[in-house]
Design a protein around this ligand. Structure first.
Ligand SMILES: *Cc1c(COP(=O)(O)O)cnc(C)c1O
Ligand SMILES: [Zn+2]
Length: 415
């Protein structure tokens, strides 16, 4: 049973029932889901959670009401792996990787979509839709297919080939827009007004959608043996994930499921789209939109909806935000793969490169525990690496050629 009570305005605190609305009538501020945490305290226990399914829905008490059954492809409960070899390279004592490449469609977006479409079905919607940088479109199309809904997913037309294919394969309608994500998002806001019976998961269902990211925090805490790590590095696109990971840890502290304090959060952005990192470092209290230009397409949101909330979170607790060049992104995709056997998409490269950058400038403490969220699978951004990740040598099928190549690659001693 959920302890969600309804919606609350993040700006003025006005409350609303748990219906399909996303902006406050009084101040136009964004709404979020509210919970009766006093009632949940004592009812939601480590034991009650441990009895739940091995998916993100083990935290159903702290998620919006999914109706009769969630729209569930098995998102969540992804591995949290101790990364000793990468830790050694980076010179840190305790590093963990939250491997969200292992979700049903290969990205953390399955968490938010599972919550959003469950709420959408409960609220009587019958069509799934979204504005996407790629991963969200794939996840929406897949979950819609699984519950038998039509889907309309809207993406920039020049995305990575593999992302377009993954969005299209589930049979929904995919609209490729000649423009960037911010153009796509503007278009979707207009479409919402025209198609009120469509569930745009990250527009009119955004309060519900956003809650799915809390499960990253819940899982990290539970998988560490019911404790909070000291520091968590989170990739930032719209900023929804980072703000809700913060909310998740805070809820667990409030419920007494972990001892405080909640971890310090650190953002990760690509230099070619770093509106939050730029505002953070310049001390600005507005986020100035940027025109994105980076290989990290999944994070390429130049005008992030939750940018100000991310700034507040980083500043309130001594966080920081990395901003890394594409060359570092590629290098760190490879570093992560070579040291830990995890193949991440460009967003994962941004996260590891940002971690390294913030260690270098001393804002992340190498002696305190660190969790890095690896949010998408490398097969999604093959385009970024196919030029450099190639066969070591091409040889004829002869023993002599093979032996020569192995000598060249120093796998056997030169004779
Ligand atoms: C969407 C996405 C994020 C972060 O998204 P927010 O909009 O900040 O919540 C991170 N990594 C990947 C791979 C994504 O697709
Ligand atoms: Zn308000």
């Amino acid at each position: 049973m959920t302890f969600a009570t309804g919606l609350i305005c993040r700006e003025c605190g006005a409350t609303y029932p748990a219906l399909a609305r996303y902006a406050c009538d009084f101040c136009f501020g964004p709404l979020e889901v509210s919970y009766d945490l006093d009632a949940a305290k004592g009812a939601v226990t480590r034991e009650s959670i441990e009895r739940g399914p091995l998916s993100m829905w083990r935290y159903a008490d702290l998620l919006p009401d999914p109706g009769d059954a969630p729209a569930d492809l098995g998102a969540g409960w992804t591995p949290l792996r101790r990364a000793t070899r990468l830790a050694e390279v980076l010179g840190v004592r305790e590093l963990w990787l939250k491997d969200d490449t292992r979700n049903p469609t290969g990205s953390f977006k399955d968490r938010v979509v599972s919550v959003a479409l469950s709420s959408a079905r409960r609220l009587g919607f019958t069509t799934a839709a979204c504005a996407s940088t790629g991963n969200l479109a794939t996840s929406v199309a897949a979950h819609a297919a699984a519950i038998g809904w039509p889907s309309v997913t809207i993406i920039p037309s020049d995305l990575e080939k593999s992302k377009i294919a993954m969005a299209a394969i589930f049979g929904g309608t995919v609209l490729g827009v000649e423009g960037n994500y911010d153009d796509v998002n503007r278009l979707c806001v207009e479409l919402v007004a025209e198609h009120e019976d469509w569930a745009f998961v990250n527009v009119n269902l955004r309060p519900y959608y956003a809650e799915g990211s809390k499960t990253l925090a819940f899982e990290i805490a539970e998988q560490l043996g019911w404790r909070a790590p000291d520091q968590v590095v989170v990739p930032v696109a719209s900023g929804s994930q980072l703000t809700k990971v913060a909310k998740g840890f805070e809820e667990f502290v409030t419920l007494g499921l972990i001892d405080g304090p909640a971890p310090v959060l650190f953002g990760a952005q690509a230099e070619g789209c770093s509106p939050v990192a730029t505002a953070f470092r310049s001390g600005a209290d507005v986020v100035t939109p940027q025109r994105p230009h980076t290989i990290a397409r999944s994070l390429a949101i130049g005008n992030p909806a939750d940018g100000l909330y991310v700034l507040d979170e980083l500043r309130a607790h001594g966080g920081d935000c990395g901003s890394v060049p594409d060359s570092d992104v590629l290098e760190c995709i490879s570093l992560l793969a070579r040291t830990e056997g995890i193949f991440a998409e460009t967003a994962g490269g941004v996260t590891i490169a940002s971690l390294r950058q913030m260690l270098d400038r001393g804002t992340i403490d190498p002696d305190r525990s660190i969790v890095a969220i690896i949010s998408g699978h490398g097969l999604k951004t093959l385009d970024a690496i196919v030029e450099t990740a190639t066969v070591s040598s091409t040889i004829s099928p002869s023993l002599a050629d093979a032996e020569e190549a192995l000598r060249f690659h120093q796998l056997v001693a030169a004779s």
